[in-house]
Design a protein around this ligand. Structure first.
Ligand SMILES: CC(C)(COP(=O)(O)OP(=O)(O)OC[C@H]1O[C@@H](n2cnc3c(N)ncnc32)[C@H](O)[C@@H]1OP(=O)(O)O)[C@@H](O)C(=O)NCCC(=O)NCCS
Length: 230
């Protein structure tokens, strides 16, 4: 499902089931020692996806290691990638996905996946500005109208933007610090902009897709070496 959302320099691998036991490297095993089985499975499978994506991207430190490199979270939970690589990971019920790219080609990369289900009562009011709420089609607040749950899609786009922005900025944002606008009422996918309102601000761009009861949003910003538009 993910490939259609990715600009040329970005490689993504997703999974709808879990990888077999034993895909974690020893340093990763240590991170999830003693955690619940579900958390361990998502942690392992998304790293399996990430290593497949890194292999597809090719080259770089650690790419020749038979089992690949360990992808360890730092103190903020941000995954560490091999030098010269940017990446992001997400997991939600029944779905895991990882995206990677070379740093000169892509400056910011973030992915989020969510179930295509309405947000709980009151959450939209917390995460969305009045302008964002006004832009949601009435029928699609919390689903209905034959389309996706656009309240959840808004949440998903904000999380993808946050994951693209945080590893570089290292500043925690509130949901109202990122203003998202979508390019239209498309039924199963489209583009969005996410304006970060912190410091000098930053405009991030992304794409979203829907299918199989899932929403996926990817933010990918061109790096210095990228001349292509996407
Ligand atoms: C970090 C956060 C965005 C993760 O999103 P999520 O929907 O809970 O979980 P997902 O499964 O989609 O993503 C989890 C993965 O994101 C990555 N991640 C965790 N913290 C991260 C961070 N600060 N920055 C970038 N990536 C992060 C990790 O790879 C993690 O997987 P792992 O623990 O297996 O390594 C979320 O938990 C969070 O802290 N949100 C509060 C901050 C926020 O959203 N502010 C407003 C946004 S506008």
């Amino acid at each position: 499902m993910i490939r259609a959302l990715l600009p040329g320099p970005v490689v993504g691998v997703d999974a709808f089931g879990d990888a077999p036991e034993g895909v974690l490297l020893p340093a990763e095993e240590a991170v999830v020692a003693g955690v619940a089985a579900g958390r361990r499975r998502e942690f392992a499978t998304v790293r399996h996806c990430a290593r497949r994506a890194l292999r597809e991207l090719g080259g770089g430190p650690g790419s020749a290691a038979p089992r690949g490199v360990a992808l360890l979270p730092d103190g903020d939970g941000v995954p560490g990638w091999p030098d010269g690589v940017v990446g992001s990971m997400t997991h939600t019920r029944g779905y895991r996905a990882a995206v990677v790219a070379r740093a000169p080609d892509v400056a910011r990369l973030g992915i989020d996946a969510e179930p295509d289900r309405p947000l709980r009562d009151g959450v939209l009011e917390t995460i969305a500005s009045p302008a964002e709420r006004a832009a949601l089609p009435l029928a699609c607040r919390g689903g209905g109208g034959g389309g996706v749950c656009r309240d959840r899609l808004l949440f998903c786009a904000k999380e993808a933007a946050y994951k693209a922005w945080f590893p570089h900025a290292r500043v925690r944002l509130g949901f109202r610090d990122v203003e998202v606008s979508f390019d239209g009422p498309a039924a199963a996918g489209g583009r969005f902009e996410a304006r970060v309102r912190h410091g000098a601000g930053e405009l991030l761009r992304g794409r979203w897709g829907a299918g199989g009861g899932l929403l996926v949003a990817v933010v990918a910003m061109p790096g210095a070496a990228c001349r292509a538009r996407w």
